[in-house]
Design a binder for this molecule. Sequence first.
Ligand code: ZN
Length: 501
Amino acid sequence: MRRPFYLYNTATRKKELFEPVNDPVGMYCCGPTVYNYAHIGNLRTYIFEDVLKRALVASGYHVKHVVNITDVGHLTSDADTGEDKMEKGAAREGKSVWEISEFFTRKFLENLQALNILKPDVMPRATDHIKDMIELVSELERRGFTYRTSDGIYFDTTRFPSYCDFAGLDPSSLKAGERVEMGEKRSVTDFALWKFSPSDVKRQMEWDSPWGIGFPGWHIECSAMSLALLSQPIDIHCGGVDHIRVHHTNEIAQTEAATGKKFVRFWAHGEFLVVEKGKMAKSGGNFITLDTLAGEGIPPLAYRMFCFTAHYRSPLAFGWEGIRAAANSLENLRKAVPAQDKEATFDEKQVVALLEEFYTHVCDDLNMPRAVASLWDLLHNSSVEAALKRECVRRADFVLGLDLLNVPEHHVEIVTDADGVKIKLDAETQLPDTVRSTLLSLLQKRRNARARKDFGTADRIRDGFAGLGIVVKDLPDGTTECRIPSAVVSDPDKTASLHDI
Ligand SMILES: [Zn+2]
């Protein structure tokens, strides 16, 4: 049985009953440009998309979820000016573009895993679909939607009269103004489909095409990959709200111009994570990653919990107090789940009835703050038996993805060193002897350094720990507390880097 699901559609600016045309439901989400680490603002969008997918599955749909990897062609400005982000990233790190792409794709996948984001069904790389992009641009050329300048092939937006509709753009404001870099573009909204390699620069990524050697424009990549992997019209296309005005507007124009058919049924957009100085961005000083959070003792799933404190279409203000409160409430939620009793039985009808309210909120355009509140109400309800509560949490957690039944074990050990100082090792997993002795010797080294006022060494050790997510605190009673996440033991790279501290 399928549950009715309501989703806000950016295209109609209304909450609508979700009625897919495809089975499985086709869901395309714009993926990362792999030239840097993902910050937690980027990750908020992927969490929203994951919850949307989980909610659809819980509502009885099969979903084919596609997230692309942009490994070429995304320029530093969305308006097709500036340098290629990938080539620029490679130059910054002194590596090849392919190495950069490999490295940051792996980091991105690690982030998804740490946040319990279900692995997308397909993760196409733009560089594996160059042929599809060239074919799409050729079709646009055949249909008369393109023109050539000295630096590339452009889409002529005046040939697509509904261009401004999707984002509600004011056509009169789009005339070339003094401050807009037009180059040889005919209209300010025109955009590159194919860029020629500059004659004076040797690019690492370039391909031959009917128009000359070069590389695809960023927008054409998503159109080509989504058409190659999903049936048109695509049921849901997601991304951040920053994609509405340019990237998604351009995707719609070029795809509908090339195919003569509707591109997407539902457009769903996640709002920004905001910090004091505005939205979180890769440029500027407010760049926070999951590793930054780990350095402050905040596990990735606490960030997932934090995202549920606001509706996905509302901006969410990031603050340390708020994220710590979310970490505590996640811990409290896990503690409130009754322990497993293998003998206990429960009535299926009762489980369904008790979860009714939870699902109603989830299916109401993902109202996660209210869904989480209704789960709390259920846990606080003293008339509900323990086994029923546990089963309800297990099912609700399929949508939430908070690992509510897998309470991390804590292995706590107090060691007294040769000077009589107590060291409390609090690990999420059993520490192998080698790791345990490395940690103790580093803690001893840090204490010796502090005793002789060598704060440089002491800070270096503390920062080395923080980089691995290990939190060291000096408690008021003189005990040194050291909290070790399980990743330090399970990830051989992290275990090895303990020796570099
Ligand atoms: Zn895209």
